[in-house]
Design a binder for this molecule. Sequence first.
Ligand code: CP
Length: 290
Amino acid sequence: SKHLITTKDLKKEEIEDIFNLATQFLQPPYEKLLQDKLIITIFFENSTRTRSSFEVAAKNLGAQVVNLDVTRSSTKKGETLFDTAANLDAMGPNAIVVRHKHAGAPALLARHVSCSLINGGDGAHAHPTQALLDLFTLKQHLGNVQGKKIAIVGDIKNSRVANSNIELLTRFGMEVILVAPPHFLPPTSLRTSSSLQEVIDEVDAIMSLRTQTERHKYPIYASLRDYGSDFCITKDLIGDRDILILHPGPVHRNIDISDEVLADPRCKVLEQVRNGVVVRMAILVKLIHG
Ligand code: CP
């Protein structure tokens, strides 16, 4: 597929190809593989990492990048999502990256554009490039991830990152344990737990998630500290265990992960961000050049 809407759009061999290319990109200089190509980003939800790292990735390879400032765009005058995408598509980009609060929006847009459409996150549905950079980071440290165990912790029900990782990590043979209070758990056939202590001795990695209050119909916690008192990843919890700590960002400090653990070498949060650039470079090359 020339589009990347969910992780399922990529076969295992294609993902291995992307990771091999991303590994080469860890050593600059880069060939200008996307010279004369144009990438347009359209982010209807806020982003620090995904939008910027697509821009850095594209520019590293010599592409031109246009970031539509949605707050100043004609969507504010009533232009529809489809017309916005169709008009930008008419400018001849090679790829459009879209983030939208509605699950399914990128899949619908993909049918109305002639270029590659990349999902930069849609509602609670999917965030494929995040899951790919997470798996890349896990493989860097664990080697073959087959049979390894990871706990995904937090607001899983509202998390597109969790959704994409569950699909991808289980396909690569990882055992995924969902750790959350009952109201944050989706319907699932995976093993679940409401206690980090219960799983801490068996897991090779923990992926902590932000509580997505913007997606809650009514407030669940009076304060996020109530969630953090049970689910924060602290030094007390991890002790001196050989374990990896991941988080897609943005982190709620001392609620998702303590300051001390964020500064610990076992915490790979900024490594995930660095890997996000090279994995997105490889994804752009793969989608645009085939
Ligand atoms: N991980 C992630 O998607 O971060 P942003 O929302 O800042 O892009």
